[in-house]
Design a binder for this molecule. Structure first.
Ligand code: GDP
Ligand code: CA
Length: 305
């Protein structure tokens, strides 16, 4: 069974561990968000692709949920000492990957090729694809002004309420090589329990990707990022309340209007109507360990038959 998964960073990566425990890794294609990508200290950082890569390669910090395990911060302390930009947390081990990526991008290799090289070097057997090689960046409109994603999320600690989300560059962005094939060849498409607006939204903002999902011939199953109507971490619940008008499964499903056949929700959110054409399946979705993630994926895939 070939599976394509749309994924953001931390929540997506946790889910993807379950995918790789349930399905042979060689038959999995991951389409990752690049709307959070940024240039910092002259380096190209792809936080969501890296969260996925580190988690799946067993290199990630389990507790923090992002970045490398056994991380140290000497370079960043030096940056701060010398008056450099130090608000974006880059650890010493992490920096090495950004150096390699940036160098390859600068010598003309597209992000998809660079990502494939990094994934191969990390021992990943699943295909890791950026949604696009083109510059696509998420911006948040808030009462305090419009901010680039990382400025809003990290520097301003996502405290500003969001009135609108923009995906700069999306109209011109083409799917990265391999993305449309992965979607066309899949026997099932999964949408990870990532933030619908700032993780999955930028992927779907690439119009040919959205169109491929809209005309899919195989089931597409999304997993809600909410447990008991609340985000496990981050601003997804606040964003849903303000932008979609609520935090029920129906509000989550509305983010994927016309694109999904099944929404998997936590048992605590089960009693809720969904829009016509979308089936609701409930199961424990709090991914406290690999076994829960694997069972969640099996439930999601089981809902496709
Ligand atoms: P980011 O790109 O690093 O912010 O990560 P994602 O967008 O992929 O994941 C963030 C979302 O994952 C948040 O909205 C969380 O509510 C959700 N999330 C994290 N852990 C879990 C979990 O164990 N279960 C579910 N259902 N959602 C989770
Ligand atoms: Ca992200």
């Amino acid at each position: 069974m070939r599976v394509a998964v749309l994924s953001g960073g931390v929540g997506g990566a946790r889910f993807l561990r379950g995918v790789l425990a349930a399905v042979p890794p060689e038959s999995v294609s991951i389409v990752g968000n690049v709307g959070d990508d940024l240039q910092v200290l002259g380096l190209h950082v792809s936080p969501d692709l890296d969260s996925i890569l580190y988690t799946l390669a067993g290199l990630g910090d389990e507790e923090r949920g992002w970045g490398r395990a056994d991380e140290t911060w000497n370079a960043l302390e030096t940056v701060a000492t010398f008056g450099g930009e130090a608000w974006f947390r880059l650890g010493d081990r992490d920096l090495g990957l950004h150096l390699v990526r940036t160098e390859l991008l600068r010598s003309g290799h597209p992000l998809s090729e660079v990502t494939a090289r990094l994934a191969r070097a990390a021992g990943l057997r699943a295909k890791l694809l950026p949604a696009t090689d083109d510059p696509l960046r998420t911006f948040l409109e808030t009462p305090a002004g419009t901010f680039a994603f990382q400025t809003w999320f990290v520097e301003r600690r996502h405290e500003d309420e969001v009135d609108a989300v923009h995906y700069a560059g999306a109209p011109e962005a083409a799917p990265a090589p391999g993305v449309l094939d992965a979607l066309a060849d899949a026997d099932a498409i999964l949408i990870a329990p990532s933030n619908p607006y700032v993780s999955i939204g930028p992927i779907l903002a690439v119009e040919p990707i959205r169109a491929a999902l809209a005309r899919r011939r195989v089931p597409c199953v999304a997993v809600s990022p909410l447990v008991g109507g609340r985000a496990v971490k981050g601003p997804a619940d606040r964003m849903l309340a303000r932008l979609a008008g609520g935090t029920t499964p129906a509000h989550v499903a509305a983010c994927y209007d016309g694109l999904i056949d099944v929404l998997v929700v936590d048992d605590s959110d089960a009693r809720s109507e969904l829009p016509a054409g979308v089936r609701c399946v409930s199961t424990p979705t709090l991914m406290t360990d690999l076994e829960v993630s694997r069972r969640l994926v099996e439930t999601a895939l089981g809902a496709t038959v």
